[in-house]
Design a binder for this molecule. Structure first.
Ligand code: N01
Length: 544
């Protein structure tokens, strides 16, 4: 289906022993590779795709776009790079982000150390040699002192088990592995399952093309207009004149992201003032809505005001009152699931070629049939079905590798009750292994690119420290991991985000431990922890 599987496979690179093996050539993995090389470590990155980009390589569905502003969702490690690159839009589209990552890999000649179209199958810690033995799906055996994962938080798909899937005669497309060639939906009856960020972005564009679009919605989401637009040369110049200043300000903020945010309580103002503030943040666009008041995601009373505001917004846009009601979140806590930033989402439901089907009831979608979907006792004929059903987030891409640490303990066993780790970077029992921008760090709650850079720099410093001291292994202690787990859990308790079903808590994956996985204590506090650990000679780690 996709072009990447049809061409010749990229060659296996020579060499089998490295200082470090990096898994993944997305934002974090690429920078890790760059940094390792710069510091004189030998490194090989292993990447499943035939190109760089990670999540931005695969997620090519129509409308795919970042919900962080492009001038912040990019590397800051190289001033010339951030000055040279010209972002076109306020929120960059997937092709623009992919072009940027490809530019970076070319500019720093990173591809020569990346082995593409290769999956790491297993990684086993050799306690005698203090190194990792890595096997790939191409039959290679590689060894390295350090095993570093940049596998992405949202890269392991979680497709629903739909009865009758084999009977369906139409085409099935998945947002997370979209074909490289243009998919032409002209005149077709298309169904979309999933109204998270991916579905919300894809739906308006598919609707423009399809003969008829049917959206199967299980849970209504809060969708805020992105208010995307072209960047003007003046605003780009203003940011570039003080790019370092912008980055420094971001570091002082919980999400590593500068935007308009207020810290006062939604309860401290009059109804009119509150409404005006909501309206102003709505107009500013995207995730900035979260900054309307300081307590929207911590105080249930403040949170409730949003539901009313959303109801009014939707009924002001969507003409059919039944559709508007179905689209309106009711008991859903605002901000609990990731706020969705879209373009023309609610407006799309006014189209004549559109149906919204509620599949929230018992049983939801009953089955796929040869000609479509059966739900609520009714048949919906379809020529094509789009799955936008999300990911086994944060841990899925780690646990699908057969990773075995000290004593042969598997990562699956170690993480059975949740992804225990120390400062998001290391796991007790798995010496010399690091995880970039995953659970236990601010990662998905923050600017992922900037967060990944901080991780890469911390790990690089640790590796240099070990080299200078002649150390063979570094491993998080059980006590440090336990204490960090308590910190992560205590922070989660302060937020309403841990109180609902979402991929943040793993509830979308059957059998997954229910744990709020990212660290919600804010980036500055997180970075201070990391810095203190390093300053104290890697306190919380056992160095051998
Ligand atoms: O996935 P999701 P996503 N029957 O898990 C529904 C990032 N991202 O790919 O809510 C019917 O959010 C499910 O319904 P419910 C971003 O962090 C960012 O959209 O579980 N429906 C839900 O509606 C985002 O949060 C960007 O009831 C079923 C949807 O599928 C994360 O990736 C763009 C179902 C899944 O939503 C994931 O987003 C895209 C079933 N059996 C992604 N199973 C931007 O930067 C699942 N669903 C803007």
């Amino acid at each position: 289906m996709a072009a990447e599987s049809s061409g010749p496979r990229s060659p296996i690179l020579p060499g089998s022993r490295f200082d470090a093996i990096v898994v993944g050539a997305g934002f974090a993995g690429l920078y890790m590779l760059y940094r390792l090389r710069k510091l004189g470590f030998s490194a090989r990155a292993i990447e499943a795709a035939p190109g760089v980009g990670g999540t931005w390589f695969w997620n090519r569905y129509p409308g795919a776009r970042c919900d962080f502003e492009s001038m912040q969702y990019c590397y800051q490690f190289d001033e010339a790079l951030q000055q040279d690159w010209e972002w076109k839009e306020r929120f960059a589209s997937q092709p623009e982000i992919l072009a940027y990552i490809e530019h970076v890999s070319g500019r720093f000649d990173l591809r020569r150390d990346i082995q593409f179209e290769t999956r790491v199958r297993s990684a086993t810690f050799d306690e005698t040699a203090n190194e990792w033995a890595v096997e790939t799906d191409r039959g290679q055996s590689l060894r390295a002192q350090f095993f570093i994962m940049g596998v992405g938080c949202l890269s392991s798909a979680n497709p629903p088990a739909l009865p009758g899937a084999e009977a369906f005669g139409g085409k099935v497309y998945c947002t997370w592995k979209w074909p490289h060639e243009k998919v032409d939906f002209s005149g077709q009856r298309v169904g979309v399952i999933g109204t998270g960020s991916s579905g919300v972005q894809a739906i308006p564009l598919i609707a423009e093309e399809a003969g008829h679009l049917t959206v199967f919605q299980r849970t209504p989401n809060y969708v805020v207009p992105a208010q995307n637009r072209a960047l003007s040369p003046e605003e780009v110049a203003a940011i570039k004149a003080d790019y370092r200043g912008l980055r420094a300000r971001a570091r002082q903020l919980p999400n590593l992201y500068v935007f308009s945010r207020h810290t006062d309580s939604a309860l401290s103002v009059s109804d009119e003032e509150r409404r005006a503030r909501f309206e102003a943040q709505w107009v500013l666009g995207g995730l900035q809505f979260l900054g309307a008041f300081g307590d929207l995601t911590t105080n249930p009373e403040a949170n409730k005001f949003i539901t009313q505001f959303w109801r009014e917004k939707i009924s002001g846009i969507v003409k059919n009152p039944m559709t508007a009601d179905l689209l309106t979140p009711k008991d859903e806590i605002f901000g609990c699931k990731r706020l969705v930033s879209g373009n023309d989402y609610y407006e799309t439901f006014n189209r004549a070629n559109f149906s919204l089907v509620d599949v929230s009831g018992e049983g939801g979608i009953e089955r796929l049939t040869a000609s479509g979907i059966r739900a609520g006792g009714q048949d919906y004929p379809l020529d094509a079905l789009v799955l936008a059903t999300g990911f086994d987030a944060m841990t899925g891409s780690v646990v699908r590798i057969d990773i075995r640490g000290r004593g042969g303990v598997t990562i699956q066993d170690a993480w059975r009750d949740g992804p225990g780790n120390f400062i998001g970077l290391a796991v007790h029992g798995f010496p010399n292994m690091f995880n970039l921008a995953g659970p236990g760090g601010p990662s998905v709650l923050a600017n992922m690119v900037a967060c990944g850079e901080q991780h890469v720099e911390w790990i690089s410093d640790c590796l240099v420290f070990m080299r200078e001291k002649g150390l063979a292994s570094v491993e998080a202690t059980a006590e440090a991991q336990k204490a960090w787990g308590e910190e992560v859990a205590a922070a989660a308790k302060t937020s309403l985000r841990s109180a609902c079903n979402s991929w943040y808590v793993g509830s979308n994956v059957e059998g997954k431990a229910r744990v709020f996985m990212p660290y919600i204590g804010g980036f500055p506090r997180y970075e201070a922890f990391c810095n203190r650990v390093a300053a104290e000679g890697y306190e919380g780690f056992e160095l051998r």
